[in-house]
Write a protein that binds this ligand. Structure first.
Ligand code: C2E
Ligand code: CA
Ligand code: CA
Ligand code: CA
Length: 278
């Protein structure tokens, strides 16, 4: 057994305890927060490089806790996944996002949304029905929704995921593999996935420059994706140099702070309309 000084051990325990306390506090309040308007979506444009148009934005979930302030989604989504709250959260996101697309459409903003699904959602047999019902209720075309799914979520239970993904795609939704390059899927598995789009993980894009290893990685991901007939989105584009590389290598869609941070719905509409008129 490792020996720790009394003092060190106390600090260590206190640290753990605090983290544990926070996690419990977040989990306990999550469902209530969802019904009390503490959660909201922000929207980040996905820019088509061929024509500079924005036909989709990614919906990103935010939580402003009344005492703890903004909680990063990476933190609360992980907790939600461990505590069975994720199904409730994902249903809320689907409802809000589809309603948003309907509102935008009524305002003359012709823009669809990409939603993030968790590992739990990907194998939830109720999900395709919930999504198609929501679309019908709001009279939104399935072509207006992209579902972003991580490689690791799909690979956790490939067969269960495949039947769900097939159903969603048959219903007319677009499927996208998120965080590509960070998982461990083989080419054979990738070939079996009924997806239309692949998102290169932002770790390869954030500091993308000509002549770097990142450039060679992005180049090979693009070749692989195109060989499989997939469109490629690069997320985390922060610089003009990175954008130039992506253009030259034939990337179809880009997203990142270089264009816009995730925006509240009204700010997104202003951003979108301003872009139209220039
Ligand atoms: P993600 O799906 O990979 O989302 C992209 C993340 O990159 C977002 O972080 C976005 O704000 C950030 N980002 C976009 N452009 C840039 C850039 O140019 N530079 C940098 N440094 N970052 C950029 P965010 O909003 O903190 O979300 C983190 C993760 O939380 C998401 O990663 C996704 O996995 C998860 N998430 C967010 N919303 C939802 C949701 O509604 N449902 C589920 N299941 N997961 C969600
Ligand atoms: Ca995503
Ligand atoms: Ca991603
Ligand atoms: Ca992610």
């Amino acid at each position: 057994e490792a020996k720790l000084s009394g003092e060190g051990l106390m600090v260590y325990e206190a640290g753990l305890d605090e983290r544990h306390q926070r996690q419990l506090q977040l989990i306990r309040h999550m469902a209530e927060g969802l019904s009390q308007g503490e959660f909201f979506l922000q929207f980040q444009p996905k820019v088509n490089l061929a024509d500079d148009q924005v036909s989709f934005a990614e919906a990103l979930l935010r939580w402003k806790h009344p005492q703890l302030g903004p909680i990063p989604p990476d933190e609360f989504i992980a907790l939600a996944e461990r505590s069975d709250l994720i199904g409730q959260i994902s249903r809320w996101v689907v409802e809000q996002a589809v309603a948003q697309v309907a509102r935008w459409s009524a305002q003359g903003v012709d823009c669809g949304l990409a939603l993030n699904l968790s590992a739990h959602d990907v194998v939830d047999p109720a999900l395709p029905g919930i999504i198609t019902d929501t679309l019908r209720r709001h009279r939104v075309s399935p072509q207006k929704i992209i579902l972003e799914i991580t490689e690791s979520a799909v690979m956790r239970d490939l067969n269960a995921a495949l039947s769900n993904l097939d159903a969603l795609r048959r219903a007319g939704l677009t499927l996208s593999i998120d965080d590509f390059g960070t998982g461990h899927s083989s080419l054979a598995q990738l070939k079996r996935l009924p997806v239309d789009e692949l998102k290169i993980d932002r770790s390869f894009v954030l500091s993308l420059m000509p002549g770097t290893e990142d450039e060679r990685i992005v180049d090979s991901v693009l070749r692989l994706a195109h060989a499989l007939g997939l469109r490629v989105v690069a997320e985390g584009v922060e610089s003009a140099e990175g954008l130039d590389v992506l253009r030259r290598l034939g990337c179809e869609v880009v997203q990142g702070y270089y264009f816009s941070r995730p925006l509240a719905a009204d700010d997104f509409v202003r951003w979108w309309q301003q872009r139209r008129t220039v």
